[in-house]
Write a protein that binds this ligand. Structure first.
Ligand code: 5RP
Length: 262
């Protein structure tokens, strides 16, 4: 791997632990002003220093992220769909690699929808984006997005992750599932897990993160379960402790409880 590519990946996956806590704030690209992300600047500001990488789309990056930040950016570059549109799986590449370079990002991210009507289109998006990004040493993070009626089981996610890696993604973002090891074993590149909708309790989140890490994920790319929490800073600190310091869910809960008092 060339130096630039390796350097960009090392900005995201911290060499000291081989792990990462990415903070996802890209939801607006198809969900609009998601709850707690209506004012993205307000949400991002207290959290960004605890994130190993921030994942916004271009609009929020330009408007709401301090260009003086030392946190690397993973830029969402796919879209063209919406929650009320004809088909959520119909995505194209919305942001050029030239603009990603101008914005000085550490990686670009896009979604693939395996098994959907637009599977072919989104997989070709990935292949073409990787072709272009390789020229500049820019890593591509592939998100194995799931259409409305799709099952998130290990067999399906293993299929999606392997395809994403085979097409050239340098990091794959997917969901945690039972038998997650199968997903990890079949994927030759690092995997990060999304959090999904806000869970019932903090302990549920900590258990998910702990299981994902124990079963081979290199980290998380988490959004709602951090910034929709009543104490988002306490939440990201506790998630970091699991990812980088191997805290158990119980120890992470203790940390969350002590941090939320501050
Ligand atoms: C949407 C995304 C989101 O960034 C992703 O779902 C992560 O956020 P959350 O933890 O809220 O699910 O990639 O396709």
């Amino acid at each position: 791997m060339d130096w630039g590519m390796q350097n960009r990946i090392s900005q995201i996956i911290k060499p000291k632990t081989g792990r990462t806590v990415m903070l996802a704030v890209d939801h607006g690209y198809f969900l609009g002003p998601t709850s707690h992300l209506e004012n993205a600047k307000k949400t991002i500001e207290p959290l960004i220093e605890y994130a190993d990488a921030l994942m916004p789309a271009r609009g929020v990056l330009r408007a709401d992220v301090d260009p003086g930040t030392s946190t690397p950016i993973v830029l969402r570059v796919s879209g063209g769909n919406s929650i009320v549109g004809e088909d959520l799986t119909r995505e194209g590449i919305t942001t050029s690699v030239e603009d990603a370079l101008r914005l000085n990002v550490a990686a670009v991210a896009m979604s693939i929808y395996v098994g959907s009507k637009y599977e072919h289109q989104t997989l070709m998006n990935l292949g073409n984006l990787v072709n272009e990004c390789e020229r500049y040493g820019m890593p591509v993070v592939a998100v194995t997005a799931v259409g409305k009626d799709m099952v998130r089981d290990a067999r399906y996610l293993a299929l999606c992750c392997r395809i994403a890696a085979e097409l050239g993604a340098k990091i794959v973002k997917t969901y945690y599932t039972d038998d997650f090891q199968t997903v990890v074993e079949g994927c030759p590149v690092p995997i990060v897990v999304a959090g999904g909708k806000q869970m019932n309790t903090e302990m549920d989140v900590f258990e998910l993160v702990h299981s994902a890490i124990s079963e081979g994920a290199v980290g998380v790319d988490m959004g709602r379960n951090i910034w929709q929490n009543e104490y988002p800073v306490a939440m990201i600190k506790a998630v970091r402790a699991i990812v980088h310091e191997n805290f158990t869910p119980r120890k992470a809960m203790d940390l969350y409880n002590s941090e939320k008092e501050k």
